[in-house]
Design a protein around this ligand. Structure first.
Ligand code: ADP
Ligand code: MG
Length: 366
């Protein structure tokens, strides 16, 4: 059975860190093999070294394009075959999660998200062209954040937020956000306009609460709908930038951060508990104990999942790096079912029913 693909990306040292000790390194099982190991000294005994194994490890100099080509592009075909694809970034604040997922404005600096969208639009246009217009491809975007275990729509202005946030509901074995808005996107320009506006909403909302956006989980959902006659194939790509996984008991937090930290830590703590429970083969997985784990549903959802652990290889991150290596190296044992979504048929409205429009009829193909 395929598993969650777990990869590590080191970030380069920042200007102000150039004199710092690099203590974490990439390694291989034996000469000639690809980099799959991360080695880190024991915090108690510097002579002792811990080793963690991953599916792949990317060194400091890895470009945005190299990472996308190696870890995301190979799943785009599956997305259009009807599989859901989830890419999520995990790690301590300041290790490169947002850089990896969103990236910079310059072309070469663009991260996973704009590259994914660009790929989706290109494929969509090609499918329509290759089928002489028989298959239409629609792309729709949702974008939301989870802050203090509450879900907020990022495509809506912060003034429209209700304090309780949006509720979750399980439907067809998937967790949905009830009332989440969805915007249709024609091309990359369309996407970028929406995405920039939504990220501004995120910052505005965080500022109002005297918080920082690295304290919430941001989830972008790209829905791809392929329609051929009355056949509708739907699949989603999710790109998730998780909140910083640092242990806030170790950082100097003011009182106002206490509630917030507890909730952030709780969801990431529940995530690590879920990963432990799944890798132990437990019957009961505590997914339901946080909204983030309900949505992520590791090992529950059908589809492809890639976890990117971001690391800053310097000493000041030592303990948090060790704990994030511990969590993510276990995630690669989580099995996933790479099953395509069912095709849905549009059903013509009954003439004598009072309901207008088109309803969907679910029918298994196989
Ligand atoms: P996080 O989202 O995990 O808190 P950021 O993505 O904000 O971390 O990265 C922290 C800093 O490091 C930012 O200044 C970012 O531009 C820089 N950075 C992260 N990864 C890279 C990289 N691969 N190459 C160059 N700079 C990076
Ligand atoms: Mg960030």
């Amino acid at each position: 059975m395929p598993t969650v693909r777990t990869v590590v990306r080191f970030r380069p040292l920042l200007e102000k860190e150039l004199d710092k000790d690099v203590i974490v390194r990439a390694d291989r099982v034996e000469a000639g093999k690809p980099l799959t190991l991360v080695k880190i000294p024991s915090p108690k005994n510097g002579a002792e070294e811990f080793s963690f194994a991953f599916n792949s490890v990317y060194e400091q100099a890895t470009s945005q394009e190299e990472l996308f080509t190696a870890e995301v592009a190979p799943h785009m075909k599956a997305l259009f075959q009807g599989l859901d694809v989830t890419i999520f970034a995990y790690g301590v604040t300041g290790t490169g999660k947002t850089h990896t997922m969103r990236g910079g404005l310059r072309l070469a600096e663009r991260g996973v998200i704009p590259r994914l969208l660009s790929n989706v639009f290109r494929r969509g246009k090609k499918i329509t062209k290759d089928t002489d217009g028989a298959t239409m491809v629609d792309v729709a975007l949702s974008y939301y954040e989870i802050y203090n275990d509450k879900v907020y729509d990022l495509l809506e202005p912060p003034e429209k937020r209700t304090p309780a946030g949006l509720p979750l509901r399980e439907k067809d074995g998937k967790t949905m956000v009830v009332g989440l808005s969805e915007r249709s996107c024609e091309d990359l320009k369309d996407f970028e306009r929406l995405y920039i506006e939504a990220n501004n909403n995120r910052v505005t909302a965080a500022t109002k609460l005297n918080a920082h956006s690295s304290r919430s989980h941001a989830i972008l959902r790209v829905k791809v709908t392929q329609t051929t006659g009355d056949m509708v194939k739907e699949s989603t790509a999710s790109a998730i930038d998780l909140a910083g996984s640092e242990d806030n008991r170790r950082t100097d937090n003011g009182k106002e951060r206490l509630v917030e930290s507890a909730a952030i830590n709780k969801s990431l703590f529940v995530l690590s508990q879920c990963i432990d429970a799944i890798s132990r083969g437990d019957k009961r997985i505590p997914y339901r104990e946080s909204k983030m784990t309900r949505i992520l549903s590791l090992g529950q959802n059908n589809g492809i999942t890639v976890m990117i652990l971001n690391l800053a290889p310097i000493r000041s991150y030592h303990l948090d790096t060790l704990s994030s290596l511990n969590v993510s190296s276990r995630a690669k044992r989580i099995e996933v079912r790479e099953i395509e979504n069912e095709i849905v048929y549009k059903q013509a409205p009954r003439t004598n029913s009072g309901l207008g429009g088109i309803s969907m009829l679910r029918q298994p193909l196989r």
